[in-house]
Design a protein around this ligand. Structure first.
Ligand code: SF4
Ligand code: SF4
Ligand code: SF4
Length: 288
């Protein structure tokens, strides 16, 4: 904690950064919330622990911060994947972000839970970025953590075994629950369109009421828009009030991107984006 606060103070006092997007302690239990530090006093409020669940990269594309000088950000490895993806998609300038990378020992799946093996966030199981892939300063150390079984992978395999009609029924039942609150979109660092397709009214592409047909369109379109771009931070599923298993869709799409195009999102600044490039060896057989 001290190391983070000292670094933050140094960066703010010598004007390396304009402000730092980080976490502060919230009210009650172990909650933390996104917090903007603008001076040394603010820096003393920064915290980092397993309750720092938010992917703060979502703020980097907001008009309040974008193009307003060098922004500091406290980032776990999974958050840094989003930053890499945003740089690759030309949404942020890599020279205008200062990453305070946090060595990470896992995050809790829901803020009201105590942190233990059974409440480790799904995304933390088999995590390969506990030390971030990109940073300007690195804080903390990693230690061994106990991981539960990867139940998400098992759930995906179970649904894959169903025939097309049963798969349809499975997802229809899930999407029927959607109340179109758009929390999944708001929390997603890669959902940065100025006008989301779901808000367009001329023409209206997607029914705005929480109706099964419109719900299906919304969730499938969002999954497609995130294909080859989602970095698997799990934030959309965490905030979904209806417990729709969005990570199943996201993980499945990333498995396909890896299998068909040998691509993983947010891994390296050197690999071009999947949707922004092509290879003559790419499969063509899906084009009818
Ligand atoms: S996915 Fe990895 S980097 Fe992200 S919170 Fe979990 S352990 Fe930390
Ligand atoms: S779709 Fe969900 S898991 Fe993927 S980057 Fe957005 S919030 Fe994270
Ligand atoms: S967060 Fe859940 S309920 Fe809200 S729009 Fe997204 S999928 Fe639907």
């Amino acid at each position: 904690m001290n190391e983070l606060r000292e670094k933050a103070k140094e960066l703010l006092l010598n004007n390396t950064v304009k402000l730092i997007i980080g976490y502060a302690n919230g009210n009650g239990h172990n909650r933390t919330y996104p917090f903007i530090a603008r001076n040394a006093a603010d820096a003393n409020r920064l915290v980092f622990n397993e309750y720092c669940v938010n992917n703060l990269a979502v703020y980097l594309t907001r008009k309040e911060f974008k193009g307003k000088g060098i922004i500091g950000i406290v980032a776990k490895g999974c958050d840094v994947k989003a930053i890499i993806q945003l740089i690759q998609e030309n949404q942020i300038n890599k020279d205008e972000v200062y990453i305070i990378g946090m060595n990470c020992n896992g995050a809790v799946n829901q803020l009201d839970n105590s942190f233990e093996k059974t409440t480790l966030a799904q995304k933390c199981i088999n995590c390969t970025v506990r030390t971030p892939a990109l940073y300007h300063a690195l804080i903390g150390t990693t230690k061994d953590i106990e991981e539960p079984a990867d139940t998400l992978g098992e759930k995906i395999k179970e649904v894959e075994k169903l025939n097309a009609d049963s798969r349809w029924d499975f997802w229809e039942a899930q999407f029927e629950k959607c109340i179109k609150c758009y929390a999944c979109r708001q929390v997603c660092p890669l959902c940065y369109c100025e006008q989301c397709i779901v808000d367009k009214t001329v023409p209206r592409w997607i029914e705005s009421s929480a109706h099964t047909r419109g719900n299906f369109s919304w969730n499938i379109i969002r999954a497609f828009h995130l294909s080859g771009r989602c970095i698997g931070c799990g934030e959309c599923e965490r905030v979904c009030p209806m417990d729709i298993p969005l990570s199943m869709l996201n993980r499945k799409m990333s498995i396909i991107a890896k299998k068909e195009f040998d691509y993983s999102a947010g891994v390296s600044l050197d690999s071009p984006t999947l949707v922004g490039t092509y290879n003559m060896k790419d499969r063509q057989d899906f084009i009818k």
